[in-house]
Design a protein around this ligand. Structure first.
Ligand code: ZN
Length: 464
């Protein structure tokens, strides 16, 4: 993996990123301010698409029927290289920027507890830099940026994948901001989210209970059934649940409606579909016992993520070539204020300023991501880049608070360098793409991609 790009080319990428840094730091900051939720990222997606358009990309909207999903493309011929971007915030995670105490910027508002304002922006910057360098060096290649909504909630990429958005790519690259810089060899789980709605008959709970049919009873019985089912599922499978509607506030009414959400995780898409089929029987049993009716709807699904080893190694070597983020003394001081909040041994190293070696092998993760659907279709790799104080947890107010600090910006710019370099190395080295494709076929075979979401299901899109 040595010399896949010359030092001059690495320097040219860095210079090109530095030249555009101010523009893209401003975009990341404004997206942080918008803090839009999944499928409602109207202003955030427009900010990124406009920047890409201004830099010569052709933009197509509404991919897979999702209004905030877009594809932006520039270049011609050669391999088609994808860059994945996300930009959704998390509900009820609003937090004042830079504050070291929990304090919402807007009561009940949303916030970037997973750094997706940096994630999508770095990818857009990388796309522009890569396209510029391909042109400057006369290298054939097409750069395709994917604006992917709702990673946090319902997994926009699976809906985009179902519509064929990622077909025809030779490789795809992304990154995720976090507290460390390292390669990414996580294996995540297949995922399915179900909405179960029971309908019964309302009645006075004391005067006419015999006329009532309780949807709330059905929901309770379903959860009991699911608890027993848990003993007889795979060791690595999970069933999570939440009450979305317990039928109302009045205890003297037989509840005529109740609603549950279930999430299931398994190793494979086939397993998670089989598990949800078993849970459907539990729902039907609960409805039968209570003489209510039930609807059982798949809302979202995600495939397990398996990064491509060939590309992961290449990307990690380019992360090492680009070096860790160029943190300033001020960044270390800012991070120290957050590290001081904890007593977990990170206080002496508030920012991770190195690069961890690539793990020897894959690491199993119990979580899920819609990047998995891309990894099933095309060789995909990503890296972690330090953008937050050491020890900062994901989906915490501390992560939201650090989203506009210098370290976050510098992590983002570093990620843009690494992604752009990965695209350029791929365009210059067809033998790496060929090896990545051989590896992909050896693992996944040539069977077509099976989307974990049924064909007729669309996500509940907000009115925008
Ligand atoms: Zn995330």
């Amino acid at each position: 993996m040595h010399n896949i790009l010359t030092d001059d080319e690495i320097h040219a990428v860095k210079a090109n990123v530095a030249e555009r840094a101010a523009e893209f730091v401003a975009i990341a900051d404004v997206i942080w301010d918008y803090a839009e939720l999944g499928f409602a990222e109207v202003k955030s997606s427009k900010a990124l698409a406009s920047a890409l358009k201004n830099h010569g990309f052709a933009v197509k909207w509404g991919i897979g029927g999702l209004p905030t999903a877009f594809v932006a493309e520039r270049g011609s011929g050669g391999p088609t290289l994808g860059i994945l971007g996300e930009f959704d915030a998390l509900a009820e995670m609003s937090q004042a920027a830079g504050h070291t105490a929990e304090e919402a910027a807007e009561a009940g508002g949303s916030g970037y507890g997973c750094g997706h304002h940096l994630l999508g922006t770095a990818g857009a910057l990388a796309a522009i830099v890569a396209a510029d360098r391909l042109k400057a060096t006369g290298t054939a290649g097409t750069v395709r940026y994917f604006g992917c909504p709702a990673e946090e909630s319902l997994g926009g990429k699976a809906f985009m994948a179902r519509a064929g958005a990622f077909d025809g790519l030779n490789a795809a690259f992304s990154w995720h901001p976090g507290p460390r810089s390292s390669g990414y060899l996580n294996l995540t789980r297949a995922f399915r989210q179900i909405r179960v709605r029971f309908r019964g008959v309302a009645a006075h709970a004391a005067l006419a209970p015999h006329l009532g049919r309780s949807a709330l009873d059905a929901a309770e019985l379903m959860n009991i059934g699911a608890n027993y089912l848990r003993e007889h599922i795979g060791r690595d499978e999970h069933i999570h649940y939440a009450y979305m509607d317990a039928g109302g506030m009045a205890a003297n009414v037989v509840q005529a409606r109740a609603e549950l959400a279930y999430i299931m995780r398994s190793e494979t898409v086939a397993d998670v579909i089989a598990l949800s089929d078993r849970l459907r029987k539990v729902a039907e049993g609960a409805a039968m016992m209570t003489e209510t009716t039930v609807t059982f709807e798949v809302e979202a699904g995600m495939s397990p993520c398996r990064p491509n080893l060939t590309l992961a190694r290449m990307m990690h070597s380019l992360l090492e070539r680009a070096g860790p983020p160029d943190f300033s003394a001020g960044d270390h001081e800012d991070a120290q204020r957050f590290a001081d909040l904890r007593d977990d041994g990170n206080a002496n190293a508030p920012l991770h300023s190195g690069i961890e070696p690539l793990p020897e092998d894959y690491r199993a993760s119990m979580g899920s991501t819609d990047v998995g659907d891309v990894s099933m279709i095309v060789p995909m790799a990503q890296v972690w880049v330090a953008s937050y104080a050491s020890g900062t947890g994901f989906h915490t107010w501390q992560m939201v608070a650090q989203g506009k600090l210098g370290a976050a910006h510098r992590g983002m710019l570093k990620a843009a360098e690494v992604i752009a370099a990965s695209v350029l190395a791929s365009a210059n080295h067809p033998e790496i793409l060929a090896a990545a494709t051989v590896e992909h076929r050896a693992h996944f075979g040539t069977a077509p991609y099976t989307c974990p979401i049924p064909n007729d299901v669309m996500p509940p899109l907000p009115k925008i």
